[in-house]
Design a binder for this molecule. Sequence first.
Ligand SMILES: [Cu+2]
Length: 164
Amino acid sequence: MTPRLFSRPLVFAAATLFAFTAVFASACSSSGSSSSSVKQRGVVVSNASASESATSGNNGEIYFTIENTNAAVDILFSAAVAQSFAKSASVHEAGSSSGAAATSMTDVTSVKIPANGTVTFEPGGYHVMLTGLAAPLKAGQKFDLNLGFMNAGIIKVTVTVKAS
Ligand SMILES: [Cu+2]
């Protein structure tokens, strides 16, 4: 074997890597810093955001929009962040059964995303709850969140922390 056999695939790999980097960079600059979306197997997750932490808090809530462009239902069944970032991430639903004073949150094991439908995670409704944050969330900060779907697989999104 001669080194020439290896040189071509390597150059090709380097070129491919560069192309991906370039596409990613241009997508970032054109969409601005705070609104982005990730599409995977027909499921689109967009505008993932969290609010800046109160000075003493070590919990956080993440909001985003999930759009299912497929003709079949999908199911969100997990949420995860780096262990070093927060102790746990879980899907919650906020509900007030008797007025604003009685707001409570419950763990949700799965969220159905209807065929050709959209589910919005927002204050007062579904959210991903972070507990045991290693450090308070600061405006402008970004971190990764992995959302697990039955059909679309694990979708990795970037969450942007916004000023509260
Ligand atoms: Cu919660």
